[in-house]
Design a protein around this ligand. Structure first.
Ligand SMILES: Nc1ncnc2c1ncn2[C@@H]1O[C@H](COP(=O)(O)OP(=O)(O)OP(=O)(O)O)[C@@H](O)[C@H]1O
Length: 357
């Protein structure tokens, strides 16, 4: 809470295990202090032993950083009690309405669960974290995949209107599963020009590029890229507003790298062009065999930590690589892959899970 922001509510309550406290609901947090430390002259009682079963109670669910691993968040709950029902009800309503007013938090998510991911624990992992979403009043539509490509097909074929009803997509699985959904979203929506065709690489790199094989290609034979759906979006040429980095190094490798920063005004338009709405974000709950994307963003391979970051609406930048391949002078396929290359790890540890390319 900022120092000048007046508390929106404050009461003396009983906190299980601690005794009498002054509970304060600020503009963006809930805090409490033992009654003795806020300068009261109340007679000292053995607060901790007060029987809260005779009081009306409500439970606040929260989290704290683990002592051993600061990147890991652990669930905690606090039971507050008061002799008046009305007081407890008012607190309950006020806390819930504060949470609902937090605009960064997602309200409605589409969750894809890969049941066979990692050691086959996808569903179990989701069952572990699902109650955290419901307690936080985040609605979820859950789809358990039945085959490889199922999630891609659903995301790619869902209407813009239906996708727009979600604040994002969460995957419960590994890196491959996350990338499958990323492709379902981007291949049909991302309208950026494709990377330079090989002859153009040579032109832009000069004769000492070290990529002699590209010289063999005849530009006139280069055909449009065929996307995963078999459509032919066409080969286009690099332009001034091309989001692909202009470094020859990334292009030569057939991998183009572009970044979007959440909230940055000059990227809002780009984000809007391939995400169904501005609130939209992607998140991962790790259940795979490597979980490299999660480890490089939250710093912890922990489903509960990821769930909490997603619920809090935290965002972190990730790199998305556009990978193209050529066959006999034809650009034959294109994929997107989330990558941790270039991400500042210490920054990522501070920030969170929900990702926005
Ligand atoms: N129900 C399913 N049955 C079989 N394969 C599936 C199913 N759902 C998704 N897949 C495919 O399994 C692939 C691998 O999934 P995922 O990335 O979750 O597992 P992983 O390989 O164990 O994890 P990691 O990528 O972290 O190593 C995905 O690319 C996806 O296409």
């Amino acid at each position: 809470m900022e120092a000048h922001a007046p508390p929106s509510m404050s009461s003396t309550m009983f906190l299980q295990g601690s005794g009498e406290v002054v509970l304060t609901l600020g503009s963006d947090d809930l805090s409490w202090a033992p009654l003795a430390s806020v300068g009261t002259s109340h007679a000292k009682v053995d607060n901790c032993k007060l029987d809260m079963r005779k009081m009306y109670r409500f439970v606040v669910h929260g989290f704290q950083r683990s002592r051993g691993n600061k990147s890991t968040l652990a669930l905690v709950s606090y039971t507050f009690g008061h002799k008046h029902l009305q007081t407890c009800q008012t607190w309950f309503q006020q806390i819930n309405s504060h949470i609902c007013m937090e605009t960064d938090r997602p309200k409605n998510l589409w969750v894809f669960v890969h049941p066979l991911s990692g050691k086959g624990n996808g569903c179990k992992t989701w069952q572990t974290v699902a109650p955290i979403f419901s307690r936080a009043k985040v609605k979820t539509k859950v789809t358990v995949t039945e085959r490889a490509g199922h999630a891609y097909d659903l995301v790619a074929s869902t209407t813009e209107k239906e996708l727009s009803s979600f604040d994002g997509i969460v995957t419960v699985g590994g890196d491959g599963f996350f990338n499958e959904i990323l492709n379902g979203l981007l291949l049909s929506r991302h309208k950026a020009p494709y990377p330079l065709v090989p002859e153009e690489f040579m032109h832009s790199l000069g004769s000492n590029s070290g990529c002699e094989q590209f010289r063999l290609h005849d530009e006139s034979k280069i055909k449009p890229i065929h996307d995963l759906n078999g459509s032919s979006p066409g080969v286009s040429h690099k332009s001034e507003d091309d989001p692909l980095l202009s470094t020859s190094e990334s292009s030569v490798c057939g991998v183009s790298d572009f970044r979007k920063e959440a909230g940055a005004s000059n990227t809002d338009q780009d984000v809007a062009s391939f995400f169904p709405n501005e609130r939209f974000r992607l998140g991962i709950i790790p259940a795979g065999s490597t979980d490299a994307i999660v480890i490089s963003t939250t710093g912890a391979r922990d489903p509960v930590t990821s769930a909490l970051h997603i619920i809090l609406g935290k965002r972190v930048r990730v790199d998305i690589a556009q990978v193209v391949s050529w066959e006999g002078g034809t650009l034959s396929s294109m994929r997107y892959a989330a990558s941790f290359a270039g991400l500042n790890h210490s920054e990522a540890r501070l920030i969170y899970e929900a990702v926005e390319p």
